[in-house]
Write a protein that binds this ligand. Structure first.
Ligand code: KIV
Length: 255
């Protein structure tokens, strides 16, 4: 798609019904992100997400048999300690959960790990820039690569990920000029989130584009729907009708 100049549309998804809906809309990549911990489980960061959480949610998405490529995130501590853990856990996401590829965060420091997982036969998507699993090192969710030396380090990270065999690279929370440079230097596609319009593709969190996540609304998110009032309207009507006796009617019952 990069060579043909076709832009790649990726979205996160964590469950069966949304995977079914999304797949009919032409999404190219469904990412079962570890953002599940924040948007579905209510944690403040992605750090508490476990391998079992990722297997459970990836299975639910895979059950929808999407035509889109299903990429499962490797959660914190499932790959950072040594490449052997990374291989075993990436293998679990493929074998037990049905993922077609995995994503992990980090550049130069993760190159050996990426190479091991790719060598084992599991495609890897890289992820650099604002890497949420490094929340404490970054001092919070902050745009990365604003200073020249940081930007040069991110360029080196991008090349290391590509050279290690990754098939694509997520660029999160970096200046658009830097994303443009990395995108033009790499042969693998870049998928941006808060990285401007020059990336080869874009990814957003599904709850953010549907207006279902009240917690954070970062500048880079575009809300394509406001579902919170729709859901709350439906639930309020249900509660009212149960309480005033207008639901159920005889038509909702068996004879
Ligand atoms: O976990 C996630 O959802 C992600 C994307 C937003 C890139 O890593």
């Amino acid at each position: 798609m990069k060579r043909a100049g076709d832009r790649i549309a990726a979205l996160t998804c964590y469950d069966f019904p949304l995977a079914r809906i999304m797949d009919g809309c032409g999404v190219d990549i469904i990412l079962v992100g570890d953002s599940v911990g924040v948007v579905m489980a209510g944690h403040d960061t992605t750090l508490p997400v476990t391998m079992d959480d990722m297997v459970y949610h990836t299975r639910a998405v895979v059950r929808a048999r999407p035509a889109a490529l299903v990429v499962a995130d490797m959660p914190f501590l499932s790959y950072q300690v040594d490449p052997r853990d990374a291989c075993l856990n990436a293998g679990r996401l493929v074998k037990e959960a049905g993922a077609e590829a995995v994503k992990l965060e980090g550049g130069v420091a993760m190159a050996e790990t990426i190479r091991s997982v790719v060598t084992m036969g599991v495609p890897v998507m890289g992820h650099i820039g604002l890497t949420p699993q490094s929340y404490h090192r970054m001092g919070g969710y902050r745009v990365q690569g604003k200073l020249e030396d940081q930007a040069e380090r991110l360029v080196a990270d991008a090349h290391a990920v590509q050279d290690a065999g990754a098939f694509a690279l997520v660029l999160e929370g970096i200046p658009q000029k830097l994303a443009r440079r990395i995108t033009s230097e790499l042969t693998i596609p870049t998928i941006g989130i808060g990285a401007g319009p020059s990336c080869d593709g874009q990814v957003l969190v599904i709850h953010d584009i549907l207006g279902l996540c009240e917690k954070y609304s970062p500048k880079f998110v575009k809300r394509y729907a406001e579902l919170t009032p729709v859901i709350s309207g439906a639930v309020t009507s249900y509660v009212t009708e149960v309480k005033d006796g207008t639901f159920p009617t005889e038509g909702h019952a068996f004879n």
